[in-house]
Design a protein around this ligand. Structure first.
Ligand SMILES: CC(C)(COP(=O)(O)OP(=O)(O)OC[C@H]1O[C@@H](n2cnc3c(N)ncnc32)[C@H](O)[C@@H]1OP(=O)(O)O)[C@@H](O)C(=O)NCCC(=O)NCCS
Length: 171
């Protein structure tokens, strides 16, 4: 479909739109995993939070949808620093464990490289096994650990992040 930026036969990435707000709240509000690992996303998560996100993001955050049904299954975002793109992601609880976020990460990295990224990176908590697995399945290399890099009040501890990267040609 014309609204899709990238698709792989199972999922598609498209831009967020205001009418996603209700589904976005259903995905994020009260989800313990998203709450725990993504502490910059407000909890509780309200329609006002969703609309603020959707109207503020510009070009670099994408809705992940089921290609056949169009159902929202997750989100993936790129943050740029010079020619390095950092990717973050989440999946709605009932869509997890089917490889959808790995697909979304591959597609998002493809967008980043097409837009000139010399390096795509992501950070996953040392204990976030699902996220680390996603990075590894998508072909990212674990480079090392950013020790005690971030205070996460929801975990009540500092987070140590595994830094993963993917370079052009490694896809
Ligand atoms: C991380 C997250 C995005 C993964 O989404 P997903 O769509 O389930 O990802 P995939 O299905 O592509 O892959 C998940 C992998 O993790 C594995 N996994 C899931 N939970 C696990 C656990 N507790 N321990 C070990 N492996 C686990 C799955 O088995 C799967 O690997 P496999 O294909 O080898 O079996 C999802 O769990 C999520 O939204 N978590 C909360 C937000 C978050 O942590 N975001 C990342 C921040 S860095």
């Amino acid at each position: 479909m014309g609204e899709w930026l990238r698709s792989d036969g199972v999922i598609a990435l498209r831009r967020w739109r205001r009418r996603d707000a209700q589904a976005l709240v259903a995905c994020i509000d009260g989800d313990p995993e998203i709450g725990r690992w993504l502490d910059r996303i407000p909890q509780p998560y309200t329609p006002a939070d969703a609309l603020a996100f959707i109207s503020g993001i510009g070009e670099t955050a994408f809705a992940v949808v089921d290609e056949r049904s169009g159902r929202l299954v997750g989100g993936v975002g790129l943050r740029w620093a010079e020619d390095v793109a950092e990717i973050g992601y989440w999946a709605r609880a009932d869509a997890r464990g089917r490889g959808l976020t790995t697909r979304a990460l591959v597609l998002a990295a493809g967008i980043a490289f097409a837009d000139g990224a010399a390096r795509v990176q992501l950070r996953a908590d040392v204990e976030n096994a699902a996220s680390r697995r996603v990075a590894e399945k998508a072909g990212f290399t674990a480079e090392g650990v950013l020790r005690e890099a971030h205070w996460n009040p929801r975990l009540g501890r500092r987070q140590s992040w595994v830094m993963y990267s993917l370079l052009p040609g490694e896809r």
